[in-house]
Design a protein around this ligand. Structure first.
Ligand SMILES: Cc1cc2nc3c(=O)[nH]c(=O)nc-3n(C[C@H](O)[C@H](O)[C@H](O)COP(=O)(O)OP(=O)(O)OC[C@H]3O[C@@H](n4cnc5c(N)ncnc54)[C@H](O)[C@@H]3O)c2cc1C
Length: 470
């Protein structure tokens, strides 16, 4: 890379893309300096996160993304793809002298195919804009991450996102049919949508969850679903979390797929649903939907299983409350500004291991000095297992200790997860946060991932530092 403070890079990008597409204003650089990783927020709050990128490019077409990558590859400049910056693991953290490729201007809904129930969309479209546009035509994507108003569809693919209705509609990998990705040298890979195929390995999975390290996603084709005719809901209280896990397991084991199945431990149930659920009891929220006969049958079956498991019916009110509050979370930035150390950690395991995993993580993180809260809920269930989404809050006496406390909570949670037979991430991805545990997760598979990276990005320009351990 030329050591000219990014001058040549900017000049070549302007020559290729035009002035309006490239910015190096302080405002643009500082708005694109990091994502929502709490450690970046802590460092920024403490003035320890300098703005380092050389410029921000806002392409308006796949061809412009290709042109930008050709320049970066020729000059060996690191590239940081940016969706909307809602990632929480440091996937977006530009290297010194990097070019940020901000996908926000590629935000069009390209095509809705009502016969084949699929839609083509540019990668930079915000999640809620996409869902609203589908709803206007009577369809839904069925993908509702809590960050739907904060994230792009291309970000979902890049992080392997999961939404609140995943138990029925699946997560992003189940919905993704086709994909367009620009490689580091500017070549375009087009994976055509198909209901299924047997034509060698599935290339969609090379790019799903690759967090901008293997290419830039410019367009995707996803499944759509007719907006459901009816929705039913009920909540149950359980004396302890394990009983709730058992009810959840039996529901999915029997083949029922209520889109929402969320089990909160006693701490979280008290925090969110204390008005309806007995003190210290766990709370299971259930939503069924679809044709009325199906939604009714599914609800009746879930009720029967929960009652047989010792659950007490708390009616629909807790679920109605969840629907209103589900995307209202306290701003991480505000909490960090108050000196709190806070984060969420989502992991997963099969049914055989999940209960021990929950206990081991709570116990180990609970030993951190200055910890105020560690709690969890399960929100994505499968016939084979489920996830646990932990929340921790600590309040160190000295703000200078925030980073150490933060990393200690994570180290304990990750080590306990690995020890308990779980997987290190269910849906937030790896970023720069989980790289130390990637070897434990994948073993020799890490060498395979490195070989893929080397083949697709031989100059190592794409998001260096993310996903793969040093
Ligand atoms: C309050 C809150 C709630 C959340 N809830 C959920 C949830 O329910 N489910 C869930 O899965 N996640 C959730 N997240 C995490 C986050 O929203 C997801 O990871 C989301 O997919 C990131 O999308 P983004 O567009 O903001 O991507 P960014 O944060 O901009 O980028 C994420 C990563 O993908 C890369 N990238 C982005 N766009 C592209 C592209 N077009 N091509 C190649 N690489 C790209 C970036 O370089 C980075 O490595 C939540 C986050 C917050 C702050």
């Amino acid at each position: 890379m030329a050591d000219d403070g990014g001058e040549r890079l900017r000049a070549e990008l302007v020559a290729e893309l035009g002035e309006g597409r490239v910015s190096w204003s302080e405002d643009d650089l500082s708005a694109r300096a990091h994502d929502t990783w709490p450690l970046s927020l802590i460092r920024a709050e403490q003035g320890r996160l300098p703005t380092r990128a050389a410029c921000v490019v806002r392409p308006q077409s796949t061809e412009e993304v290709q042109a930008a990558l050709r320049v970066a590859d020729r000059l060996r400049v690191p590239v940081s793809p940016f969706g909307a910056g809602s990632g929480v693991c440091g996937g977006f953290l530009p290297e010194a002298g990097a070019v940020v490729v901000d996908m926000g201007a590629m935000n069009a809904l390209v095509e809705v195919d009502e016969v084949s129930l699929q839609a083509r969309v540019q990668a930079g479209m915000m999640g809620h804009h996409f869902e609203d546009a589908l709803n206007q035509r009577g369809y839904s994507m069925g993908h509702f991450p809590q960050s739907i108003e904060l994230s792009t569809v291309g970000g979902w693919v890049s992080t392997r996102a999961a939404g609140q209705f995943s138990s029925r509609y699946g997560s992003i990998e189940d919905m993704l049919l086709g994909l367009e990705v620009v490689l580091a040298d500017g070549r375009l890979v087009s994976i055509k949508p198909s209901p299924r195929r047997s034509a060698g390995p599935d290339l969609r999975h090379v790019f799903l969850g690759s967090e901008g390290t293997l290419g830039i996603v410019t367009e995707l084709t996803v499944k759509t679903f007719p907006v459901p005719e009816t929705r039913r809901m009920v909540a149950f209280g359980f004396d302890d979390f394990d009983e709730g896990l058992e009810a959840t397991r039996k529901i999915v084991r029997a083949g029922w797929r209520p889109p929402v199945l969320r089990l909160y431990d006693g701490h979280e149930a008290g925090r969110h649903f204390g008005e309806w659920i007995a003190e210290d009891a766990a709370a299971l929220l259930i939503v069924t939907e679809g044709p009325a006969a199906m939604a009714d049958a599914e609800l009746a079956a879930c009720r029967e299983i929960c009652t047989a498991q010792g659950g007490s019916d708390a009616g629909a009110a807790p679920v109605e409350h969840w629907f209103v509050e589900r995307n209202n979370v306290p701003s991480l930035r505000d909490l960090v500004a108050r000196g709190l150390v806070v984060d969420t950690i989502e992991v997963t395991a099969d049914w055989t291991h999940i209960s021990d995993l929950y206990r081991n993580v709570v116990e180990s993180v609970g030993e951190v000095k200055s910890l105020l809260i560690v709690s969890g809920h399960s929100s994505h269930s499968y016939a084979q297992g489920t996830n646990i989404y932990f929340t921790f809050v600590a309040n160190p006496d000295d703000p200078a200790d925030s980073e150490d406390v933060y990393l200690e909570c994570w180290r304990r949670a990750m080590d306990a997860t690995v020890r308990s037979g779980g997987s290190i991430s269910h849906h937030h991805g790896v970023g720069r946060l989980r790289t130390p545990w990637m070897r434990a997760e994948h073993g020799v598979g890490i060498d395979v991932l490195r070989s893929i990276k080397q083949a697709l990005d031989p100059n190592g320009i794409l998001n260096p530092g993310a996903l793969l351990p040093e």
